[in-house]
Design a protein around this ligand. Structure first.
Ligand code: TXA
Ligand code: MG
Length: 350
């Protein structure tokens, strides 16, 4: 049986925090809110707790976990070395939505890293996460708190849908403010490489080291091309429906989506639109029209994205037409998730 806990901002919170830390200390699983997405937490130095995380998520055990810490001072014991570039990144972006990959120290169990000799570490800024991490004296391993293959959870309802009955405690922290997972930066290679784009963008990181690059598997940012046949790497976040993302000039994108709506009259259609285009689709035959927010505020779009994909599942739509975004800044991070949602399905560029 899973306990769902919500902090009240009064004396009761101490009791809740004790219960949460006791559960983690005894090897239990606690879903905690972070500023990016909810995390499925367990003692990152405890093999059995790590194993339980994989089981609860239904995640393949070779996909490594992120260890979450409360303070920079915890880092020394967990890593073999801290390169200068990592120090600068920590100073600028921690606590916050940046995960850094280090060479690991001896105390990290293989169960946390999928057997790799590196370890992913992040110091979240969310206050509840911070309080929980401070209440225990070990790092908390926490992958996103979704069942493997589903979109990451940004609301407690998403977590309950996926993990109720599979974990000991779910902590309700409201809506995640960032809404997409942390940026993952590998500093064990030279120059450092972004393995997953997030709110901390390539442009942000290049202010620290102009040589930082991005793994081309995330998206081919140089050519601006969207990969035509997404491979294995785009297996995640797949909604049940077929999803097609249209990239290019916005007026052309809108026209193309309208044409496709007409062509697919017999199907239940969802459209992922933006403030700028929302009205264009209003009187058309669409089951679910979602406004992700303004193109001038991609932070807002990111916050709403995973909830939108889950709503498409709830409404049982057959096909999702998504507008694309520019492949720079947060746009690139959003497109990385959208392309994964279009896994194995047609992705077009016009
Ligand atoms: O925002 C986030 O990062 C959330 C919250 C809960 O902190 N967590 C999260 O964890 O997204 P997860 O497990 O869903 O994603 C971790 C990513 C995976 O793509 C994993 O392959 C990569 O980080 N990763 C972890 N350790 C790694 C390592 N040692 N080397 C390379 N990639 C690693
Ligand atoms: Mg995940």
């Amino acid at each position: 049986k899973t306990d769902i806990i919500k902090f009240k901002g009064n004396a009761k919170d101490k009791v809740y925090l004790k219960k949460i830390s006791d559960t983690l200390k005894s090897g239990g699983l606690v879903v905690l809110p972070t500023e990016t997405v909810y995390g499925l937490g367990g003692n990152g130095l405890n093999k059995r707790a790590c194993k339980k995380i994989y089981e609860a998520k239904g995640r393949p055990s070779d996909n490594p976990l992120i260890l979450h810490i409360a303070e920079n001072s915890q880092l020394d014991a967990l890593v073999a070395e801290i390169p200068d570039v990592a120090k600068k990144c920590m100073e600028k972006f921690w606590p916050g939505p940046l995960t850094i990959i280090f060479k690991r120290s001896e105390i990290i169990p293989d169960e946390a890293t999928g057997g790799l000799d590196t370890v992913a570490i992040r110091e979240p800024s969310n206050e509840i996460a911070h309080a929980i991490l401070k209440a225990v004296d070990f790092p908390v391993a926490a992958p996103s708190a979704n069942l493997s293959g589903r979109p990451s959870p940004t609301k407690v309802e998403h977590v309950i849908e996926d993990l109720n009955g599979r974990v000991d405690i779910i902590v309700d922290g409201g809506h995640s403010v960032v809404g997409i997972e942390s940026t993952v930066l590998d500093v064990t290679v030279d120059p450092p490489m972004i393995l997953r784009p997030g709110k901390i963008t390539l442009e942000d990181l290049r202010e620290i080291d102009e040589n930082i690059r991005i793994d081309s598997a995330t998206i081919d940012a140089k050519s601006g091309e969207i990969p035509k046949s997404p491979g294995q790497k785009y297996r995640h976040y797949a909604p049940r429906a077929e999803a097609i993302c249209f990239g290019g000039r916005l007026d052309k994108v809108v026209n193309e989506i309208k044409k496709n709506i007409k062509k697919n009259k017999d199907k239940k259609i969802a459209v992922l639109a933006t403030d700028e285009t929302f009205e264009e689709y209003k009187n058309l035959d669409i089951k679910l029209l979602i406004n992700l927010g303004s193109r001038d505020n991609l932070e807002e779009v990111a916050t709403n994205l995973f909830d939108a994909l889950r709503r498409c599942d709830e409404e049982n739509v057959d096909i999702i037409f998504a507008e694309g975004f520019e492949l720079r800044g947060m746009g690139l991070s959003i497109m990385n998730r959208l392309l994964k949602a279009c896994s194995g399905k047609v992705v077009m560029r016009i």
